[in-house]
Design a binder for this molecule. Sequence first.
Ligand code: HEM
Length: 562
Amino acid sequence: MPRTATSQPRAMLAAGSHSERRADLCASSFGDLNLIREMPPFDAHLKWIQELGSKVITYRGMFYAERIYLADARAMNHVLGPANSYSYPKPDNTRRFLSELLGHGVLVSEGDEHKRQRKILQPAFNVSAIRGLTPTFFKHANKLVDRLGEFVDKTEGPAEEPFIPGQSAMSAKVSQKGKPVFDISHWTSKTTLDIIGETGFDHDFKTINSGEGEGDDELAQAFNTLMRQTGNLNIWQIIQFGLQSIPGFWWLRMLPTRRRRLILDTYKILEKKSNELVDAKRAEIAADMKGAMQQDSKAYLEDMGKGKDILYLMMRANMATDISPSERLADDQLVGQITTFIFAGHETTSTLTQWALHVLSLSENKHIQDKLRAELEENFAGRDEIPYDSLMAIPYLDNFTKELMRRHSPVGSTTREAQKDDVIPLSKPYPTRDGKGTFNSVVVKKGSEVMIPIQVLNRSEDVWGPTAHDFNPDRWDDIPATAKESGLPSHMLTFIAGPRSCIGNRFSIAEFKVLISALVRAFRIEAVEGWEIEPKQGIVVRTRIVGQEDLGLQMPLRFSRI
Ligand code: HEM
C-alpha cells in the first residue's frame, strides 16, 4: 500500500550516495554542487536519477543544505500551482542576487506585491499586444538577414584573421567562399536585444549595426556590465552569497568590495536612463489621452494601444481609473520592469534560436530543415513578413517550435524554497530505496530548497515515452496520453507553470517563429564538421565547442545562400 513519506524515504534520501560522498563534501563547502558544476548541465541529475532508479531524490547544495529534486509532474503542479505558488518563493539568496542587478521588478517580487505587479503587466503580454508587436519582430529579423547576407556574399574563402564581428580566428580559418562560419550567438543576442529595446520601451539599442563591441548605447553598456557580474563569480564571492543568508552574516552584503561598487555605480546609470524612459512614456500617454478627450472618440482610445511597446501598455494600465492608488506601481517598480524585460526577454529567446539553428545544422536533421523551408516558402509566398495569426497557424513550424522548447529549454532549471512544512503529492508510487515498499508523497520541511527540474522533466520518459530524448517535431501530431495527463502547460515546464510562469511566453514564441522563419528562408545552415557542441549551464543553457573552451561561449555555424 503506497504511503506518505513522513520521514524521507530511503530511495528519496539517496542515503548510500550521500554517505559515500560525505568525505568529498567535508572537503568542500559546495556539497553535491561540485559534481553538478563539473558535469554538463542536468547530466548529474540524470545520473542520480538513473543510479537510484527514482525520480525523487535529495542532494546537498551550498553548505550542505538539503535540496529536494522531484522530477515528477504532479509534484511540480503542486509546488507551482495557484494554491501553493506563494508558499514556495524564490530562495532569499536568488532574490537578493537578482534584485541587486535588476531592481524591484516582477521577477523578484513575492506574494501580494507580485500579484499587484502581474496585474498591471498582464495586458501588455496578451494576444492582441503581441499581434501588434509582430511587425517589429519582422523588422529586426529582416535586418539580421540583411547583415548576415552581406557577410555571406563578401566571403572569399578561409582567412587567418576574423573578418566578421563576433567571429573567432578558428571560425575564420574554416570559412569557405560564400559560406562563412558565424558565431551565431553573437548575432541572435544583438537582434533580441534590439527587439526588446523597441518592443519593450521604444528604445533603439542599435546593436545589430555596431561592430565587435556593444555599440555606444549607454543603457546597453550598463546592462552588459551588470550581466557580466552574473558569471565568473570566484569561490569567495559564491561563499559570500551563501553566507549572507545565515543570520549574523548580513553585513557581508554591505562590504565595499570592487564588485559591489561596480554594481551600485552601474545600476545608477541604468536607473537614470530607465527613469528618462518612464518620464518620456508618461508624457506620451498623457498626450494620447488628451487627444482622445478632444476627439471624444471611443475608437480613438481603443486604437491608442495598438502596436505600442510594453512599457506604454503597462503604464497605461497603471493609470487606469479602475486601479486603486494602492495597486499602482511606483516609479522604482516601473524601472525594475525595464531591467527585468532586458534580462528575462533577451538571452532567453536568443539562446532558443541558437539551439534551433544548431539542431537544423546537423546532417541527420537535413530533412527537418528542408521540410521547414518548403513550408515557410509556401506560406510566405515571396513576402518579407506575414501577420501574427498566419504565422501562428503554420503547422510544421509550430511542431518544430514546441519540440525545440521541450528538448532545448533555454532555462534548464530554477529553485524554490518551502516557506512552511508541506506534503507534496506525486504522480505515482515510487519504490523506497530498500525496495520493500512505496511512497506517493513527500514531506518537505520549512526552509528546504525544491528544484524545478525544467529540462529533466521535459525529457522524462514517464511523460514522453521511450523516445523522450530524441528530437522529433512530428511527435506533436500524436501526443502520448501520459503527456496530456501531466497537467503541465503545453505538456512541458519550459515556461514553468502557475502564477509565476513566464509572462513573456507568447512574446517569445512569436519572436522565435519570426526569427527562425526569416533565417531559414534566407540561408542554408550547416554544422562545422568535427566541431562538437557542449552545453554550458549559466542562467540560460548556452554552448561552447569541445577543444575551444578558451574561446568561451559560442555557437559557430556555416551559413550559405539558398
Ligand atoms: C524562450 C524564451 C523564454 C523562456 C524559456 C523563459 C522562461 C522563463 C522561466 C522558466 C521563468 C520562471 C523563472 C522563475 O520564476 O524561476 C520566466 C519568468 C519570466 N519571464 Fe520568461 N522566458 C522566455 C522569454 C521571456 C521574454 C521574451 C520575456 C519578456 C519580454 C520574459 C519575461 C519574463 C518575466 C517578466 C518573468 C517573471 C514572471 C513572474 O515572476 O511573474 N520571458 N521565464
